[in-house]
Design a protein around this ligand. Sequence first.
Ligand code: NAD
Length: 480
Amino acid sequence: MEKILNYINGVLCEPRSYQYLNNVNPARGEVYSLVPDSDLGDVKQAAGSAKKAFPAWSGMPVEQRLAILLRIADLIDRDLDKLALAESVDNGKPVQLARTLDIPRASANIRFFATAAMHTSTEAHLTGEEAVNYTARTPIGVVACISPWNLPLYLFTWKIAPALAAGCTVVAKPSELTPMTAYLLAQLCIEAGLPEGVLNIVHGLGAKAGQAIIEHADIVAISFTGGTATGKKIAATAAPQFKKLSLELGGKNPNIIFADADFEQAVSTSIRSSFSNQGEICLCGSRIFVERSIYDRFLEAFVEQTNRLVVGNPLKDGTHLGALVSEAHLQKVLSYIELAKKEGGMIVTGGTRIQLEGECASGYFLGPTVITGLPQQCRTNQEEIFGPVVTVMPFDTEEEAIKAANATDYGLSATIWTENLKKAHRVSAQVKSGIIWVNCWLYRDLRTPFGGMKQSGVGREGGWEALKFFTDTKNICIRL
Ligand code: NAD
């Protein structure tokens, strides 16, 4: 069985303990490769090699550094089909989605930050004629990048690209559930000539390898994307060591549809924002609020389009929803559907595991699920489910919609549908989310700040925000 390897000090290597974890293909429900169960020893080695590589990498002329990163991006594009297939097999997502979204975005992330770093400049402040202040921003040092399983290579590169472009060296850990494309990326880094120790990829469990990374004294900043509960643990570990933190956490995003919306667009985009990637995107709109005058019409059209979605073998063209990432995650999502029933919800469509035939007979498939009739404060409407499950609720006034949208501890993203620009502006201002989409969803410009309010995170990624995060800021005042 194929063994995934760590990437430490420029070489692919086994974990020091030679212990491995099973890596499951979720569409087939079977183990298909092994992932290192790395421990403190591996992390020490990775952090040591990152520390050793830092002076040369941070001191390298920026053009040379970026040329290497651009070569990695080109190699990702060259291997698009191979990487897309690997992502689909590892995660369960439709290969078509990996080919058009995940993998192109991975190379785009690297290109974006590599070229952005060519254009950075810093501020200067003249204090009358008496002094000049200038701000120096220097690479912060060895950093940790820890990413989740839902968009594996996409989010892994979203973190390592700004870190490397800014001149930091990295100890990174992808999710133990989806390690394969980070392993393939390590091979491309070697091919591209990335100097040894600049990027180190340690595979393994969050509580073991992940915890060892964030605790390591030589790691000065942590960029983390994952669940809010994990984010709390990381913050608790990092705070006494005063490590710099960027936390991109969970969401329970509202999708507000006013009666004056472009109806067809609102329905078809809401299908995407509800069920893309099996609903396993932190930005999916899981609570849909519809103005009462169009509620029945919306629900009918939405359910009708939901029923047309094909749940199937992720490797086949025409599949809209593949498998959920793991048996445990499928059981978690199913438990929320049971909870919704207990809380008085009506399952309008979906709600059950789907049994496919043939090679995917043991896969973790779930029908896209629409639930109505639930109150705001119930757990189904408060807790992140992170699967193909949405609740739909009517509202009467703008104020009521805003109040409902804000009625959770999360504040990652929100979608607002209206043809009235003033209303869009007014509502956007009052919804407490870090990202608002008006009449669209997941329409991305990588220059924009990305991140959540409340329990959805701390700090922002994207554009300058990410590059600045990986630097230390120093003001130098010269008295003239
Ligand atoms: P998770 O928190 O379980 O794991 C994320 C990563 O952290 C994994 O690599 C895991 O191994 C590691 N980890 C776990 N415990 C750790 C510890 N103690 N120390 C260091 N690392 C540790 O999240 P997940 O289940 O992989 O991903 C799903 C979650 O991610 C959802 O809540 C989703 O909303 C969130 N997410 C957020 C964003 C965003 O941009 N805000 C994007 C994607 C996913």
